[in-house]
Design a protein around this ligand. Structure first.
Ligand code: C2E
Ligand code: CA
Ligand code: CA
Length: 555
């Protein structure tokens, strides 16, 4: 059975009350009160469950107008629509009812069809408005929702072409960690405090929105305040004090609205880019989007526009960097590293485009290209009878979450008749610490299929030696910076020796990356490191050059 909506009838005259009940009863559940006082009690009991109130004016104990002023003063009840029943249909009565906050009025004697229609349409109107309200305002913080903020901000800019505005946004460093450590309710309380702070500093000079998770934004008239580092440091302190989260870091970015052809969505991206640029920087919490950032965006856009075509036109080339077995003093493998040789801009460093491809998803396609190329090379070497070495390829963290990854890798190796053991997969250390369980599962599955796993960049992040015990890996690749720092220390002070010992005790081979000097090499040899890769031996080089290089080694 459908739940009937509740209507409260407030009327002292019993005959009138019964008439109204009879009209409404089949459609609605009717609650009755004989005066304003009783009506307030019923309201307290049922609250917003009541869809509408039909209210007489002249009643003993508490009259209709007094009741209206009580209920309209309470934000819990004020949205409930009220239809006043007037004795006559004089204009004065009607105006009086409306001015006291009634939604509408009907005059006595009652006309059943008119009452039913009015009641139905007013209830419908109010429910629609309630839904709209929920869509427009963020449930948690009461600020504008994302869609409504974008819509309103675009409107404000359109209607006020002569006024100057700033778009300010903020995000919290490691907000996910806040939720993990303090729990979701504390995370929610924090977001409400942030919203309060926004409301306070924006005031009447603009609008604020809660976009998602820890991201907030406001559009505010310029020169409303002086925005300085100190101002935002104080704001951050205020939030830390309110929430008791002492290590909380919130970064603020400001975009000065100049180019009105941009959508507010794009302006937000710019403000956020500014805010993100100071992640992890001690003592700096506020940045204005500037020309340098703008140029970076333009460059990134150019790369994004060109990448697909570049792949088709074979502007990407796989370079190989040799790896050596220190003990046997021979070539032991190679790492495949991508290069972009652009027809106009020339040689592009992966340091610039890889992070962007990881952001926009293109890395998945590019990595597959590298794996194919690596397998094609392995196949050629197999046909030629040498060199008999594996190739290590990089697997980005986006790849490892792809459920099709095992199929893709199996298909690629099969197509080129390459045994999976010949293709080593390098996954960066930080990927293992981000989502250990899922990564471990996927990596374990690929190892069952025969692929070997190398943990790349070990020593650059936070993984502990303890953790290595539980990880399904075959090779530990020590990060270049780590090698540089450790080999600069005296033999007795560093931890390099212990790391290598520990790795060996877990049956892991160790590759040292970025070896540039003889001293570094000798040190690594003296503490039993297995393999090295670095400029001291050779830089990454094109395929042809690598083949010549191998031929020379054989001589
Ligand atoms: P990585 O995987 O840690 O690669 C090692 C980087 O160190 C390479 O930089 C290599 O050229 C450089 N290197 C090797 N020996 C030395 C040395 O002795 N001294 C110095 N200073 N550097 C040395 P590269 O090729 O610029 O690549 C940078 C990063 O880009 C790579 O770091 C990797 O994370 C990423 N990358 C490169 N190619 C690919 C790819 O095909 N797929 C994915 N997903 N990432 C790639
Ligand atoms: Ca690598
Ligand atoms: Ca590395």
């Amino acid at each position: 059975m459908m739940l009937r909506k509740k209507i409260l009838v407030v009327e002292d005259n019993m005959i009138n009350r019964e008439m109204l009940c009879e009209i409404l009863d089949p459609m609605y559940e009717v609650l009755e009160a004989e005066n304003g006082q009783e009506a307030l009690e019923i309201l307290g009991r049922y609250k917003e469950e009541i869809s509408l109130i039909l209210l007489d004016i002249i009643m003993p104990v508490m009259d209709g107008y007094t009741f209206l002023s009580h209920m309209k003063a309470d934000p819990n009840y004020s949205p409930i629509p009220v239809i006043v029943t007037t004795q006559s249909d004089t204009e004065a009565d009607e105006v009086a009812a409306l001015s006291h906050g009634a939604t509408d009025f009907v005059s006595k004697p009652y006309k059943p069809q008119i009452i039913l229609h009015r009641v139905a349409s007013i209830i419908h109107l109010r429910e629609t408005a309630a839904v709209m309200h929920r869509v427009q305002y963020d449930r948690l913080t009461g600020l504008y929702s994302k869609e409504f903020f974008y819509h309103s901000a675009n409107e404000i800019l359109r209607k006020n072409p002569d006024r100057e505005y700033d778009l300010i946004c903020s995000d919290i460093e490691n907000f996910k960690l806040v939720n993990d450590i303090y729990g979701m309710p504390a995370g929610d309380r924090l977001l409400c405090k942030v919203a309060d702070v926004y409301k306070e500093f924006v005031g009447e000079a603009g609008i604020c929105g809660h976009l998602n998770a820890d991201q907030f934004v406001c559009l505010i008239e310029r020169h409303h305040r002086d925005y300085t580092d100190e101002f935002f440091i104080r704001v951050n302190e205020q939030i830390r004090a309110l929430t008791d989260m002492k290590n909380l870091v919130m970064n603020w970015g400001l975009y000065q609205v100049k180019d009105r052809s941009l959508l507010v969505e794009q302006m937000f991206d710019r403000a956020l880019m500014a805010a993100r640029s100071i992640w992890g920087q001690y003592g700096k919490h506020f940045v204005v989007f500037d020309d340098e950032m703008h140029n970076k965006l333009v460059r990134e856009q150019a790369i994004t526009d060109e990448m697909e075509q570049a792949l088709e036109e074979e502007q990407f080339e796989v370079y190989l960097q040799p790896q050596y077995n220190i003990k046997k003093n021979c070539l032991s493998g190679a790492e495949a590293l991508i290069r972009w040789i652009h027809p106009e801009r020339g040689f592009q460093s992966p340091g610039e485009f890889i992070p962007l491809f990881e952001k926009n998803g293109f890395i998945t396609k590019l990595d597959q290209f590298v794996w194919q190329r690596a397998c094609a090379i392995l196949h050629e070497w197999d046909q030629a009878g040498y060199p008999d070495i594996p190739i290590s390829v990089n697997v980005s963290r986006a790849d490892i979450y792809n459920v099709d990854l095992p199929d893709i890798l199996m298909e690629t190796t099969k197509r080129f008749h390459v045994p999976p053991q010949k293709l080593h997969l390098e996954l960066t250390e930080s990927a293992y610490t981000e989502n250990p369980n899922q990564i471990i599962e996927n990596v374990a599955l690929l190892r069952k299929l025969g692929f070997l796993f190398e943990m790349d960049d070990f020593g650059s992040g936070y993984s502990s030696l303890n953790m290595l015990n539980n990880l399904p890996i075959d090779v530990l690749k020590l990060d270049m910076e780590f090698i540089r720092n450790e080999t600069a220390k005296t033999a007795t002070t560093g931890i390099l020796y212990y790391v290598i010992q520990m790795a060996h005790s877990m049956d892991l081979h160790v590759v040292a990356e970025g070896v540039e000097t003889k001293e570094q090499l000798e040190r690594l040899a003296s503490i039993d490191c297995d393999y090295v890769q670095g400029y001291y031996f050779a830089r990454p080089m094109p395929y042809k050059e690598f083949c010549d290089f191998v031929k020379n080694l054989k001589k």
